[in-house]
Design a protein around this ligand. Structure first.
Ligand code: HEM
Length: 422
C-alpha cells in the first residue's frame, strides 16, 4: 500500500482500526514525518525512537498532559473547571529531570518489587472470582467481564479503595484518559475534568484521614515519604504536597487500568487467532510470560507518547524546530523489520522477545511493567486452567477506541468451552 503520508490522519477510522501498514510505509519512506494539520512529527523507526528515549535533554516530557492542544477560549473553560480541583502538577510521566528523578525515586520506594509480588495472591483471587462469575455461560464479553475489572480491582486494592467506590474509581480512571490522543468534543473534555476533580477530592480526603490514622498502604507510604530522603546534600527534605500526591496516584490509576485492560483483551484475540499457541499454553502454563511479552509487542497498548523538542535540531535529516511536538510511535518500533523477522507474526518463541518498547525505555520506563506482566501471567495461567478453549464469536465487529495513543478493542465477544466439558 502507498498513501500520501503528508495527509495521514491518525484519527481516521480505518487507520485507528489498523495503523500498522501506515507505520510500515513511514518506516520505509519517511521515518520522521510532520503530519499536515496536526503539526506534530511522528517518529516510527526503532533506532530513531531509541535515540529520542535516550536523550531526555533534547526531548522533554513536559507535554502537560497527553491531550491535544486546545484553542484559547476552550482553554479558559477548561481552566475554570480545573480551578474546582487541585492544581494538575507534573510528576513522573510529564516531568523532566531533575524533578522527574526525585518523584520517580520516591514512588519507586513506595511501589517496590516486594509490594508488587505481594499482590500476586490478590490478583489470583480476583481472577478466579471473575472467571467463576461467567464460566458456566456459553459466551462472554471479555472486556467488561474480565479485561476491565481485573486491573481496576488490583490497583484499587493497592490504593485501598473500598468495594463500594469501585464503579466511581473506574469512571475516574476513564475520565483521566478521556483526552489522550483522541479528538473528543470540548463538552466531553469538560465533563471528564469534572470527573478528575471528583477523583481528587475523594483521594485528598483519604490522604487527610491517614494524617491522623496511618495505615499499612501505598497512600500512607506516599504521605510519609520525603523528597530527596536519600540525598545527604539536601537538608530540606519536604513531604509531597497534596497536588503532587494526587498527580502520582492519578498516574498509577490511569496507567494501570486502561493499558492492562487493552493488553489482556488483545492477548485473547491473538490466542483465538493462533489456536496452536493456546494449545501450547494449555499444555505448558509456564509459557504464559512469553505469550504476554509477544502480545505486548504486537498490541503495544500505549502506541505512542509525546515529546517536546527543547532546541532546534535535525533528526534523520528532518529539521525539528524548538518547541515542536513529536510522537514516538512505540507500536511502529515494535514491528520494525530491522529488529524482527516477520514482525506482524505472533511468535512467543522469538529470541529477542523482551526487546520491545511497549513499556518505553530509559528514564520514563513504565513503573508498572512488573505489575502488568504479573497480571498478564496470572490471568493466562488461570484462564488456560479453567478453559478448554474459546473462539471469536460471530457478533464481533473489532472496533477500537478512538485514540491513536491508547489502542484497544472496545469489546471482544468470545464463545467459551470450560475445561472438562466435551
Ligand atoms: C500493559 C500495561 C502497560 C503499558 C503498555 C504501559 C506503557 C507505558 C509506557 C510506554 C510508558 C513510558 C511513557 C514515556 O516514555 O513517556 C509508561 C510509563 C509509566 N507507566 Fe506504564 N504501562 C502499563 C502498565 C502500567 C501500570 C500497571 C502502572 C502502575 C500501576 C503504570 C505506571 C506508569 C507510570 C507511573 C509511568 C511514568 C513513569 C515515568 O515517567 O517515570 N503503567 N507506561
Amino acid at each position: 500500500m502507498t498513501n500520501d503520508l503528508a495527509t495521514f490522519n491518525p484519527f481516521d477510522s480505518d487507520t485507528l482500526q489498523c495503523p500498522f501498514p501506515h507505520y510500515a510505509q513511514m518506516r520505509a519512506e519517511q521515518p520522521v514525518i510532520q503530519i499536515e494539520g496536526l503539526g506534530m512529527f511522528l517518529v516510527t523507526r526503532h533506532d530513531l525512537v531509541m535515540q529520542i528515549l535516550r536523550d531526555p535533554a533534547t526531548y522533554s516530557s513536559m507535554f502537560g498532559g497527553a491531550s491535544m492542544p486546545l484553542p484559547s477560549e476552550a482553554r479558559a473553560k477548561m481552566a475554570e473547571v480545573m480551578a474546582e480541583g487541585y492544581p494538575r502538577v507534573p510528576t513522573m510521566l510529564t516531568a523532566d529531570m531533575p524533578d522527574h528523578t526525585r518523584y520517580r525515586r520516591l514512588v519507586s520506594k513506595a511501589f517496590t518489587p516486594k509490594v508488587v509480588a505481594e499482590l500476586e495472591p490478590v490478583i489470583r483471587a480476583i481472577t478466579t472470582r471473575l472467571i467463576d462469575s461467567w464460566i458456566d455461560e456459553p459466551s462472554i464479553e471479555f472486556v467488561t467481564q474480565f479485561g476491565v475489572p481485573l486491573p481496576v480491582e488490583v490497583i484499587a486494592h493497592a490504593l485501598n479503595v473500598p468495594e463500594s467506590r469501585m464503579a466511581d474509581f473506574k469512571r475516574w480512571s476513564d475520565d483521566s484518559i478521556a483526552g489522550i490522543g483522541t479528538d473528543i468534543t470540548l463538552e466531553q473534555r469538560l465533563a471528564a475534568e469534572h470527573g478528575v476533580n471528583e477523583y481528587q477530592h475523594y483521594f485528598a480526603a483519604e490522604f487527610e484521614r491517614r494524617m491522623t490514622e496511618p495505615q499499612d498502604d501505598l497512600l500512607t507510604a506516599l504521605l510519609q515519604a520525603r523528597i530527596d530522603d536519600d540525598d545527604p546534600e539536601v537538608t530540606d527534605k519536604r513531604p509531597l504536597d497534596m497536588a503532587e500526591m494526587l498527580s502520582i496516584v492519578q498516574q498509577l490509576l490511569v496507567a494501570g487500568n486502561e493499558t492492562t485492560t487493552k493488553l489482556l483483551t488483545e492477548t485473547m484475540r491473538l490466542l483465538a487467532e493462533n489456536p496452536r499457541e493456546w494449545d501450547r499454553l494449555k499444555a505448558d502454563p509456564g509459557r504464559a510470560p512469553a505469550v504476554i511479552e509477544e502480545a505486548l509487542r504486537l498490541s503495544t497498548p500505549t502506541q505512542g507518547m509525546f515529546r517536546i523538542a527543547t532546541r532546534d535540531h535535525e533528526l534523520d535529516g528532518v529539521q525539528i524546530p524548538k518547541g515542536s511536538r513529536l510522537v514516538i510511535v512505540f507500536a511502529s518500533a515494535n514491528r520494525d523489520e530491522e529488529l524482527y523477522d516477520d514482525p506482524d507474526t505472533f511468535d512467543p518463541d522469538r529470541e529477542n522477545l523482551r526487546d520491545h518498547l511497549a513499556f518505553g525505555k530509559g528514564i520514563h520506563f513504565c513503573l508498572g511493567a512488573a505489575l502488568s506482566r504479573l497480571e498478564g501471567k496470572v490471568a493466562l495461567e488461570e484462564l488456560s486452567r479453567r478453559l478448554d478453549g474459546f473462539t471469536l464469536a460471530d457478533s464481533n465487529e473489532f472496533g477500537y477506541f478512538p485514540s491513536f495513543l491508547l489502542r484497544g478493542l472496545t469489546k471482544l465477544d468470545l464463545d467459551i468451552r470450560p475445561a472438562g466439558v466435551a
